[in-house]
Design a protein around this ligand. Structure first.
Ligand code: 5GP
Length: 198
């Protein structure tokens, strides 16, 4: 039995914990390739080029856009982020499942291009808890936190465009739910390509 690769898109408001969910799930999830995004944001301490992101200049990012090398791209709070198209499309064609962890603007672009993908919205338990998390992670100024919280109200409305919603109230629980969604989608008949000669 041959199967096509499934594109899983994990997305949600800034600070909701998408990255932590993916990081904690990967050691227990077989056969999934995580796409490495290109970004114009400078690397943070400990981040590695080619592992966490491809850290590139604004000029190089523009060239990727011009050459249609990005499956999607978006400006997220002052920096540009994009998903390399070839990595995703070639692996899907080869039967590999691929995971994207991207913002909501990007996810909606992917949905137009790969509508059969599985779109998982990670939601905060509440805006108050999201505010507390953004403060606790200490990466953002008061002003930037306010901008993210205002955006979150709007972003929550996009949930209707997704296939699943997982509330990240407890990391372990959210990791379990996202893993379960991936496992269930892999069992879907429409995701199995059953040729009658196989
Ligand atoms: P950070 O700079 O904290 O790593 O990521 C900031 C935001 O950009 C997060 O919401 C993350 O999901 C999003 N992001 C990371 N890579 C991509 C990408 O390739 N495309 C889009 N649209 N968003 C991305």
């Amino acid at each position: 039995m041959e199967r096509k690769g499934i594109l899983f898109v994990i997305s949600g408001p800034s600070g909701v914990g998408k990255g932590s969910i993916v990081e904690n799930m990967l050691p227990f999830m077989s056969e999934i390739l995580v796409s490495i995004s290109a970004t114009t944001r400078p690397a943070r301490k400990g981040e590695i080029h080619g592992k966490d992101y491809f850290f590139i200049s604004a000029e190089d990012f523009q060239e990727l856009i011009n050459n249609h090398q990005l499956l999607e791209w978006a400006e997220v709070y002052g920096n540009f982020y994009g998903t390399p198209r070839d990595f995703v499309m070639k692996n899907l064609a080869a039967g590999q499942d691929v995971l994207l962890e991207i913002d909501i603007q990007g996810a909606m672009q992917v949905k137009e291009k790969v509508p059969e993908g599985v779109f998982i919205f990670i939601a905060p338990p509440s805006v108050e808890i999201l505010a507390a998390r953004l403060q606790a992670r200490g990466k953002d100024s008061r002003e930037s936190i306010d901008v993210r919280l205002a955006a979150c109200q709007d972003e929550m409305k996009q949930v209707v465009n997704y296939d699943y919603m997982v509330v990240n109230d407890q990391l372990d629980r959210a990791v379990n739910l996202v893993s379960s969604i991936i496992k269930a989608e892999r069992c879907r008949i429409r995701n199995l390509d059953m040729g009658c000669d196989k």
